[in-house]
Design a protein around this ligand. Structure first.
Ligand code: GLN
Length: 493
């Protein structure tokens, strides 16, 4: 059988159309890899192999009929492509646990809009991926169902909160996986696992069916092995949705033009992202990647985002505040777990006490405190004002540059357990990813090197709102003359 690890999604689709191989072959290849590696990596929370194979066979029947009738009609763009979905997005027919005991038995009877768009395009969903509980975390260690491990070194975390998606793609257990990014959860695990991932502009992809964490920050994105594949999936997921009032009605962008150089592109290097404490190899790899982009025609200038250092405190007020409101709905009455009691209030508190993990409780308390009478203006109100300053930093920078290039995390993937007793140290991992969410701008993460321990290093490109196309164009050029995105982790070959 062909080695499908070496195929891009574009190549898989071309092969499926040509009849070089079938969706059943492709799907069973990845299901076999999942079966072999899942015990080591633990990237999945649920799997439906038989259902996936049946869907693959249905896709194959459509291909056969299409070829028999002379390839006249148009086919769904991703017909028969197996993918995985982070367990925060609702998929009919699968549980949706959000990595939490409180939703352990929740089976949503509908699809998230982003998922529905992909199903309409013909994808086969094989499973749901592991994540930090309610997407709160940077290592996937906050999952109630055990951590995921980094395929590049199983003693290290895959990043989070979308660590399951990133590890599954990195280990070639699946060609692509959906993920979400509220404060870095697509970009940071993509970076730790050496894959390409996009956090779109806020409002580009519908949040309908995405279990809410911080509603003004949440975005649904996707990970795969190269920018072209990520772009192809994002364009299908995106678009206006009457069921999400914050989606934009701007038309979905066209595929990025295939350029051979970056003439005319202005790249900004933000002063505040190259600070003391950043792992020297990370800084070097990012600067080297930018130098390569410059060599291919881009112009590089230094920019300043002066309020960057406030992003962490601002995010850790606004996100928990929104979470404390969003998670109030999980009370033992409507969804999932219930711990019985004769009275209502003890039933609520016992259910929530048992159902939520420590980090989720910590954030609910933080958020409730920040929103309480007497503190609201001092904390939440103040954080909103500083959020505006952070957004304005980006607006000013984008007057002089087209994109901003920056590290994604101060370090490469850390060891399991390294930060579990120190929430603040864990929060510090997010310094470089939070600003894009606070400003609502898109970010594209892709691999630009490895550290001395063979752990991947990622870089992010950020652009003005709705500028995804230029981010993809830039990454396409970079990936046309580098091969970091093609490397395969040795421990899971
Ligand atoms: N690591 C950040 C947090 O813990 C971001 C998570 C996310 O983007 N969902 O909140």
């Amino acid at each position: 059988m062909a080695d499908f690890r070496k195929y891009s999604i574009q190549e898989l689709m071309t092969g499926l159309r040509a009849g070089d191989f079938s969706s059943r072959e492709v799907t069973s290849y990845f299901l076999d890899r999942i079966e072999t590696l899942e015990g080591q990596v633990h990237a999945f929370l649920s799997l439906k192999p038989e259902q996936a194979l049946q869907q693959a066979e249905r896709a194959d029947a459509v291909y056969v009929a299409w070829r028999a009738e002379g390839r006249q009609s148009s086919l769904p763009a991703l017909l028969g492509l197996p993918i995985a979905v982070k367990d925060v997005l609702c998929v009919d027919g699968f549980p949706c646990t959000c990595g939490s005991r409180i939703l352990q038995d929740f089976h949503p009877p509908f699809n998230a809009t982003s998922v529905q768009h992909l199903l309409d395009a013909g994808v086969v969903i094989v499973g749901k991926t592991n994540m930090d509980e309610f997407a709160m975390g940077s290592s996937t260690e906050n999952s109630a169902f055990g951590p995921t491990r980094n395929p590049w070194n199983l003693a290290h975390v895959p990043g989070g909160s979308s660590g399951g998606s990133a590890a599954a793609v990195a280990a070639h257990m699946i060609p692509a996986a959906l993920a979400t990014d509220t404060g870095g959860s697509v970009r940071q695990p993509a970076s730790f696992c050496g894959v390409t991932g996009v956090k779109p502009t806020y409002g580009r992809v519908s949040r309908f069916g995405l279990i809410a964490y911080g509603s003004s920050l949440d975005t649904a994105g996707v990970m795969a092995h190269n920018a072209q594949d990520v772009e192809a999936l994002l364009r299908i997921m995106a678009g206006f949705d009457p069921r999400d009032a914050t989606t934009s009605d701007l038309p979905v962008f066209d595929p990025a033009p295939r350029e051979s150089d970056l003439k005319g592109l202005r790249i900004g290097l933000p002063l505040e992202y190259f600070i003391e404490g950043i792992q020297p190899e990370v800084e070097m790899a990012v600067k080297e990647a930018v130098r390569l982009l410059e060599e291919h025609g881009a112009q590089v200038v230094q920019v300043s985002l002066p309020h960057t250092r406030y992003a962490l405190p601002v995010y850790y007020l606004i996100a928990p505040a929104e979470a404390s409101a969003n998670l109030a709905r999980f009370d033992g009455v409507r969804y999932g777990l219930r711990v019985e009691d004769e009275d209502l209030i003890p039933m609520y508190s016992k259910t929530r006490g048992k159902g939520f993990g420590a980090e989720v409780k910590r954030r609910i308390m933080l958020g409730t405190y920040a929103l309480s009478a007497g503190y609201y203006d001092a904390y939440y109100g103040q954080a909103q004002k500083v959020r505006t300053l952070i957004k304005q930093d980006f607006e000013k920078a984008f007057e002089i540059v087209d994109v901003i290039a920056a590290p994604i995390a101060p370090t490469t993937a850390f060891k399991l357990g390294q930060h579990t007793d120190d929430p603040l140290a864990m929060y510090l991992e997010d310094v470089f990813t939070l600003p894009a969410n606070l400003a609502g701008v898109p970010g594209l993460a892709f691999p630009v090197g490895f550290d001395g321990n063979s752990l991947p290093i990622g870089m992010q490109l950020m652009g003005p709102q709705f500028s995804e196309q230029v981010l993809f164009k830039t990454a396409n050029v970079y990936q046309s003359f580098t091969d970091f995105h093609r490397r395969i982790p040795l421990s899971v070959q």
